[in-house]
Design a protein around this ligand. Sequence first.
Ligand code: NAD
Length: 349
Amino acid sequence: MTTLLVTGGAGFIGANFVLKAIADGLKIVNLDLLTYAGNLGTLDAVKNSHNHIFVQGSIGDRACVTRILDEHKPDAIVNFAAESHVDRSIDGPAAFIETNVVGTLALLECSRDYWLALDNAARERFRFLHVSTDEVYGSLGAEGHFSEQTPYAPNSPYSASKAASDHLVRAFHHTYGLPTLTTNCSNNYGPYQFPEKLIPLVIQKALSGEPLPVYGDGMNIRDWLYVGDHCEAIRRVLEAGRVGETYNVGGNAERPNIAVVETICAVLDERQPLANQAPRKSLITFVKDRPGHDRRYAVNADKIHRELGWRPSLTFEQGIRQTIAWYLSNQAWTTRVLNGSYRMERLGL
Ligand code: NAD
């Protein structure tokens, strides 16, 4: 049986990855610090599974990471753990450097030492997959796409910290031979996303008829990918990616923020109209722009398609409908996040 050490597996993408991997018969050791972004409630479905071992701890805690590696002998490590919210990185960059840079370095050092001590066959099989973002490439004008050759030009403390971690991963491959893989993915959306991020925030506010904040003129463009498709891409790269390589992952679904918000309004109006029948679009409120807000991201994902046969299974319109349907049927999950009771899960309360 394949055993994976997944870090950050109580967060949005990590938990989606863990749920699917366990359903597919993999064994997962899940190391998560349970910051505000970690939510054990998301993992309810696997809490009694023998194939899910949860450890609360930091990727920066070398003793903890080494103990896990020695005890569970994973075949691969998938590193999702990070501080991930751009606005929080503007207010307080230090935590981003601590986890995304210093923490990733500690995880890499422990992984290298573990990998070097494996027997030949296990060393040959081992992989360290680092999950990163397209934001490391900076901002695009109206034309062009990020490819794997695009020079790094991060603009926010978040993207700078992720860029630094990507460089460390690259260096551990080139210097020590650690069999690394890196994925740089565009904006994700889907079930279990913390409602500080655009799509779940807008769904939740639109449902309760609150103003819908949109930064600047709403014309910042992002490429959107359904989280399940991102998790599939990671699985493909893990199985068949070329060691030492990076793979861009994208949804081929560029949308200005305002179009994303209007789509959510239209779907919700259709499914669950407001009591006063007002179109939710009228709730849109433009707010002061985020400092240094990147204008446009667009990902060229030809390499992962060509080499590994991966492409998104859902269009944005299919994915957003599926996502809205999930939030409508799982309002208790959002309520527990908003009222803070999700943080009690770790205490088993
Ligand atoms: P998230 O904020 O929802 O989850 C992060 C998880 O990491 C949380 O469970 C948190 O408790 C945990 N964590 C934080 N610090 C830790 C530490 N020191 N040790 C162990 N665990 C720690 O983030 P997400 O949106 O799921 O993103 C996961 C990864 O994917 C991140 O590396 C992010 O940079 C990358 N990524 C995200 C997106 C996106 O759109 N969300 C897109 C591309 C790449």
